[in-house]
Design a protein around this ligand. Structure first.
Ligand SMILES: Nc1ncnc2c1ncn2[C@@H]1O[C@H](COP(=O)(O)OP(=O)(O)OP(=O)(O)O)[C@@H](O)[C@H]1O
Ligand SMILES: [Mg+2]
Length: 421
């Protein structure tokens, strides 16, 4: 028992016997063909065209031997009909009366061989054998092609799975990176409250107000953390909250200012934020825009330990960007042009610093994942990568201009909507 099942597993799948159809209205030749081939192939016998077609509908015939001259439907007509049911079968025509016209018709119907009656056994054996071999080769090619297709599909699936896993990894990394900002703020305020509550045994009304104000900021930052993770995880589950896709830019700038003013990287640096003269809705999720600007601002603060100035501002553009004016070079790079929606109104926002600038040799790398010059304990090298991705999702573009010893400006262009009064 175990021997036979092993044999089944290891030996190649048994080849099926070919199916041979004989169509002849005379019994004599039918019978002699049956005798010749019955031990080699599965035989189907038809005395007329109708029976032949019926059999072809029921069986996957490999080779058909057809007599041309038959009462009723001729062999040529039968072949024509058989081709409709089994377009790939091999046909061998047999006749006693050969005319060029019937040969031509048979060839048109892709008959592979043409044998005269009376036939000798060797000739018919060789003709059928060759036809069967062609069928086997064809079906092997077909099976191989199918296998290649299956393999390709499997490979594609694997790639998709890998892509999903990579996206998942990216998203978790992004959550950790982006939540870090609000968490730093929260932890700073908790320390501050701790100090205050330890120092003042009894809180005066201003003290209570001080605590309440800090608690409100903490609450807001906790809300931000939740919103950030919800957004990223929502993306992971292919959900997008379309209602959150429009945001008034000046309210966002006010929220951002609150975050920046208490951010530890502010230190002794100067920070200026100028709101838009007229407000506008920007077509991007508000939390995304805050994350973009906060990442850029934190980078700007951290670009040198020497106190310097960081400025955030913006304006509404009434004309699309003239992309011909942007040239990538040692001091400039423009990103996301291919996916940007270059329409009006366009919201332009910049984050400018008076730091040391970005060396031209590292400028092409700063948007790469995990590229950092800050050392692994200080930076993950994810900030600008996230910035670029969020701007891309918002169908915007990003330009960086830098000048050694003068500073760097990151400019964001995003589609806007509905100018508010
Ligand atoms: N305003 C800037 N001035 C000078 N260099 C900059 C500035 N912004 C970014 N860079 C350079 O680009 C690199 C990549 O920035 P990115 O924000 O991606 O990562 P990071 O700031 O190093 O780490 P993380 O954002 O995770 O804290 C920085 O390490 C820095 O070398
Ligand atoms: Mg950064």
């Amino acid at each position: 028992m175990s021997d036979s099942s092993e044999a089944l597993e290891t030996s190649p799948a048994p080849k099926r016997r070919g199916i041979l159809l004989v169509v002849d209205d005379e019994e004599g030749p039918r019978m002699s063909l049956k005798v010749i081939f019955k031990d080699t192939y599965d035989m189907l016998m038809a005395e007329d065209g109708l029976k032949a077609i019926e059999l072809a509908q029921q069986h996957d015939i490999d080779v058909a031997i057809l007599d041309i001259r038959m009462a009723g439907m001729s062999g040529i007509e039968v072949l024509e009909r058989l081709r409709m049911v089994r377009p790939d079968l091999e046909a061998i025509m047999i006749t006693a009366f050969e005319t060029t016209d019937t040969i031509r018709q048979a060839l048109r119907l892709r008959a592979c061989d043409y044998i005269n009656k009376p036939f000798d056994i060797a000739t018919i054996r060789s003709a059928v054998g060759q036809a069967m071999q062609r069928r086997v080769s064809e079906s092997e090619i077909h099976n191989s092609a199918e296998k290649v297709h299956e393999l390709l599909a499997e490979l594609q699936n694997q790639r998709v799975e890998e892509q999903i896993a990579k996206t998942r990894g990216d998203i978790y990394a992004s959550i950790i990176h982006d939540i870090n900002g609000p968490l730093t703020v929260i932890s700073g305020f908790v320390q501050l409250l701790n100090k205050k509550l330890t120092a003042d045994e009894k809180l005066e009304p201003e003290g209570v107000e001080f605590v309440k104000e800090r608690l409100r900021i903490i609450e807001r930052q906790v809300g931000n953390c939740i919103e950030i993770s919800r957004r990223y995880l929502g993306f992971l589950h292919r959900q997008t909250d379309s209602s959150a896709q429009h945001a008034g830019v000046n309210q966002l700038l006010r929220d951002l200012e609150q975050l920046v003013r208490v951010h530890p990287s502010l230190q002794d640096n100067e920070f200026k934020l100028t709101p838009f003269v007229g407000d506008i809705n920007v077509r991007i999720n508000g939390i995304d825009l805050i994350q973009i600007l906060l990442n850029l601002a934190v980078n700007a603060f951290q670009c040198t330990p020497v106190p310097h100035c960081v400025e955030i501002g913006g304006e509404v553009l009434a004309a699309p960007l003239n992309l011909a004016l942007f040239k990538d070079g040692p001091n400039d790079r423009l990103l996301n042009v291919e996916s940007m929606e270059n329409t009006v109104p366009m919201v332009k926002l910049w984050v400018r610093d008076t730091g040391p600038g970005i060396p031209s040799e590292i400028l092409p790398k700063i948007f790469d994942r995990f590229f950092t010059t800050k050392g692994s304990s200080q930076g993950t090298g994810l900030g600008l990568n996230i910035v670029q991705r969020l701007i891309k999702e918002g169908r915007g573009a990003l330009h960086v201009h830098t000048q050694r010893n003068e500073g760097t400006t990151f400019t964001i262009y995003l589609p806007g909507t509905n100018l508010l009064k």
